[in-house]
Design a protein around this ligand. Structure first.
Ligand SMILES: Cc1cc2nc3c(=O)[nH]c(=O)nc-3n(C[C@H](O)[C@H](O)[C@H](O)COP(=O)(O)OP(=O)(O)OC[C@H]3O[C@@H](n4cnc5c(N)ncnc54)[C@H](O)[C@@H]3O)c2cc1C
Length: 727
């Protein structure tokens, strides 16, 4: 089989070359978009400004922010000519250098949209906008806000109120413009005001609205219907302009094309000139490993970014933090200095139970201001397996899942532990700290449905595994899906060949005992990889030097152990010894020993549909058991369904995923996203089972042929030798 082995190696190399690394890109917003990418100096832009700012505070890892991104980009494009009166800003709260700024602005969830009126003095003057999430609604909200500030607008902002008859009469006597465009409309319409803002950068024309109930002006110009555009010229003429359609766009285009109307040369704040460069060093990651660097990143980010959003910690929120630290202390695979700091944090928090804790005091403990000897946690994110192909993908939420799977498995080792302990901590964490509020809402809903039924540590491991797969399924095809890591049922066949088995009807179904065994092996301490970790001594040194505050979450200066292989590799290696087949078959026949919940080895879709209320726990615990066919869908869509893409079961299937990626142009026709089988997965180049079987048959035949030739030749040589001797 050496030959086939070589063939595999070649094919794998080929595929590794195909797994390209995305070119360096900036976080969610690209440099050519008309948004101002804000940073830690956001205050200098948003406060005391002669412009109105509508700002999105987001986290690049947040799926809802990614889902919302097209809306924000379209809005930015739509109102780009309203600059410098109106600017759209974006601030990435996931950037370590922006943590403090986002806290200062009181951002507790993502995305948060805040408007800052002209000349706003204080951060507290920022208004949280819940104007719906469509371009039109947001645009109209801007207009409303501008109109509200009637008495304190800068001269660059055009008048938005309806013009009176006397103003019309006086217009050319007091103004320099060659034209006055009157837009007649109903009070509820925005066309007049939006057109006026569209013309902000143009000289020579002024745009005003007239309401349909201003009888004097309507009568004066004999307006037949609304909306209507009347153009008044300095020479005294006036005309009702008949355009193909009476919309903002046709009015704007017409007015811009008038002789003598030209675009002024207004200084604008640089567009996207401030984007932080994407971390360039791509990590070599092995999908079969769990990286301590990812787990440490999750702990760092939760404590320094997520918890820091609350300047005062008290009541349930403080309790959520204390219990979180408590499970970290017990089950987190911290390195010696990390363990020391976790203990120190825990004791400090315990001493303050039932009181009020200021985050800044908590931060001092995190920073080890009291200089407890040899106590430090990492102070930057450093993703390895969780590094996305682009900074907007994966990252923190990936590390958070990984951390909690790891903790549930570790808690399982402790026979005295409360089986729900880690799950309840995750539930509380999501409720009180998870910046992705909609994710938290979804998770809470799932938890409320069935978490209380978890009664063993095995249940807990499988509960989280199953819920995570449900989230994967729901997000399959969503904008937050990293094209290089499509959302598929996990673990894949390549990672765990015995977790997915074919039932008698050739359907792929989960084998729960094997899934459990796999989860325990995958999220075990033995499977932890230490690649890319910064030495604790280096961390300590940095803590001592007090440089932490200046750091960003960039990994680029991180001194790391560089593996020698080529940088773009993603290994899909099978590290677990295949389960004993006999054992495996036996297990298929019986329920999982030692578990109070009987997990059927093979559960069919049909069975699932029939379980209904009779077996509600089983039903609620494992509704997505089948990997094929369609089943009823998680009805989580009560929360913000317009943002979350609910994908039907069949779309979650690997063939559909491939088609989707093809449609999105993410993979080329000949590449594969396939789970056809272990070998084809290893080869990753789309060989079918038939190809592989033929390959093996031909290999066998050619070996036989060679063997025959060898035997024939040696026999013949022997005969010839004997003949020579006798002659
Ligand atoms: C509690 C929680 C709720 C979330 N809810 C939402 C939401 O409602 N909407 C939204 O847009 N985003 C949500 N997210 C984020 C989303 O689930 C992903 O984390 C994010 O899209 C990044 O995906 P990823 O490809 O890195 O893999 P992730 O789904 O983050 O998974 C991380 C790693 O865990 C392993 N893994 C995958 N599946 C399983 C499994 N079933 N069991 C064990 N290990 C597994 C894999 O190695 C994978 O690479 C949530 C995150 C969390 C932590």
């Amino acid at each position: 089989m050496m030959g086939l082995g070589r063939l595999c190696d070649c094919a794998a190399t080929l595929v590794l070359l195909l797994v390209s690394v995305a070119p360096s890109q900036a976080a969610l917003y690209s440099p050519d978009e008309p948004v101002v990418v804000l940073d830690a100096k956001a205050k200098t832009y948003l406060l005391g400004s002669r412009s109105f700012w509508l700002t999105e505070f987001y986290a690049s890892w947040c799926g809802h922010c990614q889902a919302f991104k097209p809306t924000w980009s379209s809005l930015a494009e739509d109102v780009k000519d309203w600059r410098p009166v109106v600017y759209l800003g974006v601030l990435d709260c996931a950037e370590a250098s922006n943590f403090a700024t986002c806290n200062e602005f009181g951002i507790t969830g993502y995305p948060t949209i805040k408007s800052f009126k002209f000349f706003a003095n204080e951060i507290s003057e920022g208004v949280k906008e819940n104007a719906g999430r469509t371009v039109q609604l947001l645009r109209e909200r801007i207009v409303d806000r501008l109109e509200e500030q009637k008495n304190s607008r800068p001269p660059s902002c055009p008048p938005l109120e309806p013009i009176s008859e006397s103003e019309v009469e006086q217009f050319f006597k007091t103004k320099q413009e060659d034209y006055l465009a009157l837009i007649f409309e109903d009070a509820s319409m925005y066309t007049g005001r939006e057109t006026a803002l569209d013309m902000v950068q143009y000289e020579g024309v002024s745009v005003r609205r007239v309401l349909s109930d201003q009888d004097d002006v309507v009568y004066k110009f004999q307006i037949p219907s609304f909306p209507a555009l009347v153009l008044l010229c300095r020479n005294g003429s006036n005309t009702i302009v008949n355009l193909v359609e009476d919309t903002r766009y046709s009015y704007t285009n017409f007015l811009r094309s008038l002789p003598g109307v030209s675009k002024g040369n207004l200084p604008l704040i640089g567009v996207s000139n401030n984007i932080t460069a994407e971390q360039n060093d791509k990590r070599i990651a092995d999908s079969s490993k769990v990286y301590l660097a990812d787990l440490e990143s999750a702990v760092h980010y939760t404590l320094r970014a997520e918890v820091s959003r609350f300047s005062i910690l008290e009541g349930e929120r403080l309790d959520a933090l204390v219990t979180y630290i408590s499970v970290l202390k017990k089950y987190f695979p911290a390195r010696p200095y990390g363990r020391m700091l976790l203990s120190s944090i825990y004791s400090w928090l315990q001493a303050r139970a039932g009181t009020e804790v200021l985050y800044k005091d908590f931060q001092d403990v995190l920073d080890n201001k009291d200089e407890v000897q040899n106590a430090v946690l990492t102070s930057r994110v450093n993703y390895v397996w969780c590094q996305g192909s682009h900074s907007k993908f994966r990252g923190f939420p990936c590390s958070l899942w990984t951390l909690f799977h790891f903790l549930t498995v570790q808690a399982g080792e402790d026979k005295t532990a409360n089986p729900q302990e880690v799950l309840q901590v995750l539930r509380k964490y999501a409720k009180h700290f998870f910046g992705c509020r909609e994710c938290a809402g979804h998770f809470e809903r799932m938890a409320a449905q069935s978490m209380s039924n978890v009664s063993t540590s095995d249940d807990a491991i499988l509960w989280l595994w199953d819920r995570h797969n449900r989230v994967n399924k729901r997000l399959s095809g969503a904008p937050s899906e990293d094209p290089e890591f499509p959302k598929l049922p996990w673990p894949s066949k390549a990672l765990c060949p015995f977790c997915q088995v074919q039932d008698s009807g050739n359907k792929l179904v989960w084998d729960f005992p094997n899934v459990l065994t796999f989860m325990k092996a995958h999220y075990s301490r033995e499977n932890l990889a230490n690649d890319y970790l910064e030495d604790e001594v280096v961390l300590l040194e940095r803590q001592r030097n007090g440089t932490r505050k200046k750091e960003t979450n960039s990994n680029k200066d991180t001194p790391v152990e560089e593996p020698s292989e080529e940088k773009t590799k993603i290994h899909h290696k099978l590290i677990y010894p295949p389960l004993n087949t006999e054992d495996h078959e036996n297990k298929n026949k019986k329920s999982h020993p030692g578990s109070e919940v009987e997990f059927p080895a093979h559960v069919q879709v049909e069975e699932e549909k029939n379980t209904g209320e009779e077996n509600s726990f089983l039903h609620s615990l494992l509704p997505s058991r089948s990997l094929q066919g369609s089943i009823e869908h998680d009805s989580d869509n009560a929360i913000q369904p317009q943002i979350l893409i609910d994908i039907p079961e069949e779309e979650f299937h690997h063939i559909a995923v491939r088609k989707r990626l093809l449609r999105r142009g993410v993979v080329a026709e000949k590449e594969t996203v396939n789970l056809k089988g272990r070998w084809s997965k290893t080869l990753e180049v789309g060989f079918s089972r038939l190809d592989l079987s033929l390959c093996v048959v031909f290999y066998f035949l050619s070996s036989m042929c060679l063997l025959g030739m060898y035997l024939y030749m040696s026999l013949r040589t022997r005969c010839l030798r004997q003949r020579t001797i006798y002659s």
